[in-house]
Design a protein around this ligand. Structure first.
Ligand code: DOR
Ligand code: ZN
Length: 348
């Protein structure tokens, strides 16, 4: 297949970055890099500095120069100046601005408290210059049930935003519900969505299979089976609005196996094998290339990659743990066998 890209990835920083970046570079040519570091990546200068650290980590991991391109993002705050958007656009390396509703997930404390109340001028410039808004689509209102946060976000945030800025490019990140699928499929204007491998492969039963399973806990949380089926239908459909975003989010084992465990599933190492398994489960491997390699670049206004990636139908065992800096990370589907593996190093 045409070499794929990952349109939603957490690489972290420092020694963790160095542990994980090779897993993505082995499969993907490019990835949209999430900005939720501590402190977050809120300016173009921060994004350029973070990009340099990623390039250094790639070199240290033996990835040939130019074989993997990090596409940087800014973390939107209540105070992001409109000018910062122009600087970001002019840099040529920032490809989106990420909305974390304050308190929605890992490192979202500096996120936005009132999108239309506080960010109008900034959103207007983004709409003007075509820089996409990448939305963590969940409300944080404690009165809303955890499993309804995405559906309520559509009514309370997404629809008013898109009525006010109809030409703003929007990516509904890590879509998890049939309501989200219906909205993205039918809405007017420039909208698309990323879908993770874990939301295509598992429903919320996985969180409780034989006991409490922290390594299946992510945000937005896994949903009911009917939502998983709606996501699978969307990903394998002929709509160009759905594309690959792993949301691979490494946390050391100890940060997940504790009384208040972190959200995030580590999927980067086996990402394409996981997606191939999901597409094959509904007999739609023929749609994998559009989802993984063509729809994303088309939405972001970038060319598709020229290199290729080959998967082969040979079973591969997922290790029970992988090294992560001086600790370890438990990958999604640890201890299970996947029917697909990478056949060879991708071509550039
Ligand atoms: O599960 C998640 N983990 N969801 C997010 O939105 C953030 C991510 C992380 O950074 O760990
Ligand atoms: Zn994420």
């Amino acid at each position: 297949m045409t070499r794929p890209d990952d349109w939603h990835l957490h690489l972290r920083d420092g020694v963790v970055l160095r542990s994980v970046v090779g897993d993505s570079a082995r499969q993907f040519a490019r990835a949209i890099i999430m900005p939720n570091l501590k402190p977050p990546v809120t300016s173009t200068a921060d994004a350029l500095a973070y990009r340099d650290r990623i390039l250094a980590a790639l070199a240290a991991s033996g990835v040939p120069e130019g074989a993997f391109t990090p596409l940087m993002t800014l973390y939107l705050t209540d105070k992001t100046p409109a000018d910062e958007i122009r600087r970001a656009q002019a840099s040529g390396v920032v490809h989106g601005v990420k909305l974390y509703p304050a308190g929605a997930t890992t490192n979202s404390d500096s996120g936005v408290t009132d999108l239309l109340g506080n960010c109008r001028a900034t959103l207007a410039v983004m709409q003007d210059c075509g820089l996409p808004l990448l939305m963590h689509g969940e409300v944080t209102d404690p009165d809303v049930d955890l499993f309804d946060r995405e559906a309520v976000f559509i009514e309370r945030v997404m629809q008013p935003l898109r009525a006010a800025f109809p030409a703003l490019k929007v990516v509904f990140e890590h879509l998890t519900t049939e309501q989200g699928v219906a909205y993205v499929r039918e809405a007017d204007g420039p909208i698309a969505a990323t879908i993770t491998a874990h939301h295509l492969l598992y429903n919320r039963n996985a969180l409780f299979k034989g006991g409490l399973r922290p390594h299946w806990y992510c945000l937005p949380v896994l949903k009911r089976e009917r939502h998983r089926l709606a996501l699978l239908a969307a990903a394998t459909s002929d709509s160009p609005r759905f594309f690959l975003g792993t949301d691979s989010a490494p946390h050391p084992r100890g940060a997940k196996e504790q009384d208040c465990g972190c959200a995030g599933c580590y999927t980067a190492r086996h990402a394409m094998a996981l997606y191939a398994t999901a597409f094959e489960s509904v007999g739609r491997l023929d749609r994998l290339e559009a989802f993984a390699s063509l729809n994303g670049p088309a939405f972001y206004g970038l060319p598709a990659n020229t290199g290729t990636l080959t998967l082969e139908r040979v079973a591969e065992h997922v290790p029970t743990a992988l090294p992560l800096a001086d600790a370890e990370v438990v990958p999604l589907a640890a201890g299970e066998s996947l029917p697909w593996r990478l056949a060879e190093t991708p071509t550039a």
